[in-house]
Write a protein that binds this ligand. Structure first.
Ligand SMILES: [Zn+2]
Length: 423
């Protein structure tokens, strides 16, 4: 007797007509025509059932704060950082929690059940750390929230960032963060990478660093990050986020850089919605896209995931926290329109992200957590095309969010025709 059986599902790897049997919060069978009964059965009717979406790069302390205290008129990264510093003194734990909780509900409704969020530690009160540690615990039954100690104003540049970073890790923040490109100069950026990787090595933690988030073709912090990763034996535990400079770097240099990143086992995270809007702001025409070289990184054997980065905050006014919207933008910006490339964009918000976050028990196989999303689409490419309703979101074997199938009715010549855009 199962707790739940999904019948007739299509899986992201192309298998069709698959039943998924769940018991005691785990997947215990993935096969055609599972014999036996369950407390609840869901007929997938040939729809795509995927492991949940994962946001590998987000800022939950600033999310949904749009307009406080004012809007970002220039649309630049630096005005966003300035705006955030104006808002910071007015933050309260309750306000951060209220906004974060709302965002988590949006994420769950969209089938995103793991988020890695940076949390700004350049604040004497560490209010955001307090607030998000509470939200992490509150949401744990429904969503994995991984927190990164993020020195927004620079680890070396901000006078008490080092002490605050140590304190936030002592309080239970999961991952060591940084922002090498915001330090004062190239040498300081490299020194911050070294110091932060050493902290991670000492504590046995992962690293996720805002790295080379500019259009500067000579930015080299990802090189420092890869070298420190190798020196300290952090292989597989380090993520370089944004890496937008790679878009503008010299091709010969990149041909040396990518093998180094692969050897170091660096994960790369691109944030397509944000990179395409924040980068290239100093260009006239031609105007650079600013997103890192996703296609080439993947071809070089480097794990690439996509993050949402921002939703309605000082840096980005839009978004509903839909990781399919992120993948859709990544696909377009990266010109990844081949079938295998589109599937790679779907993987960038599912399996690749799980690898970067080092989530255990992720996937659709016996023994995995029973965390699944059923979409109103038949396969990953259709999911990217339609960004459809998440019909059922399942966490540890329980349906925690449901959306009715979306169908329009077109009335033509006295006849009502149902349209759901599937083919
Ligand atoms: Zn970020």
């Amino acid at each position: 007797m199962f707790d739940l059986i999904l019948r007739g599902a299509n899986l992201p790897d192309g298998r069709t007509g698959i039943d998924i049997g769940i018991k005691d919060k785990r997947i215990i069978a993935v096969e055609t025509n599972i014999a036996g009964t369950a407390a609840r059965e869901i007929d997938a009717k040939g729809r795509l059932v995927t492991p949940p979406f994962i946001d590998s790069h987000f800022h939950m302390d600033s999310t949904l704060s749009l307009g406080q205290p004012r809007l970002n008129e220039s649309g630049t990264l630096l005005e966003g950082i300035q705006l955030w510093s104006e808002l910071k003194p007015h933050l309260t734990v309750e306000a951060i929690k209220r906004r974060a909780r709302e965002l988590c509900r949006w994420a769950i409704a969209k089938g995103t059940l793991a988020i890695r969020s940076h949390v700004d530690i350049c604040d004497d009160r560490l209010l955001a750390v307090d607030a998000l540690l509470e939200i992490r615990a509150e949401m744990a039954p429904y969503l994995d929230l991984q927190l990164v100690a993020f020195p927004q104003d620079g680890y070396l540049r901000h006078k008490s960032a080092a002490a605050k970073l140590t304190r936030s890790l002592d309080m239970g923040v999961d991952v060591v963060g940084g922002i090498a490109n915001f330090e004062r100069g190239v040498a300081a950026g490299a020194a911050s990478v070294k110091a932060l990787c050493e902290i991670a090595a000492e504590r046995g933690l992962m690293v996720d660093m805002h790295c080379d988030e500019s259009d500067d073709p000579l930015s080299r912090h990802i090189e420092s990050l890869a070298l420190e990763t190798e020196r300290l034996g952090l292989k597989g535990r380090v993520t370089g986020s944004h890496l937008t400079s790679m878009h503008s770097m010299d091709n010969y240099y990149v041909s040396k850089l990518m093998p180094l990143m692969r050897e170091a086992g660096i994960h790369a995270v691109a944030n397509p919605l944000i990179n395409i809007t924040l980068q290239g702001r100093h260009d006239s025409y031609p105007k650079r896209r600013g997103m890192t070289r996703v296609k080439e990184l993947l071809a070089a054997g480097i794990n690439v995931a996509f993050g949402h980065d921002c939703v309605m905050d000082p840096w980005y006014s839009l978004g509903s926290h839909d990781m399919l919207e992120v993948a859709h933008m990544g696909l377009h910006v990266g010109q990844m329109t081949g079938i295998a490339e589109m599937k790679a964009c779907f993987a960038a918000v599912t399996t690749n992200a799980a690898k970067a976050l080092r989530l255990d028990g992720y996937g659709i196989a016996p023994g995995c957590h029973a965390d699944l999303v059923m979409l109103q689409a038949k396969d990953p490419v259709e999911a990217l095309r339609l960004r459809p309703a998440r019909l059922a979101v399942i966490r540890r074997g329980t349906v925690i969010a449901e959306t009715q199938p979306v169908v329009s009715h077109v009335n033509l010549a006295g006849e009502s025709i149902a349209v759901d855009f599937s083919r």
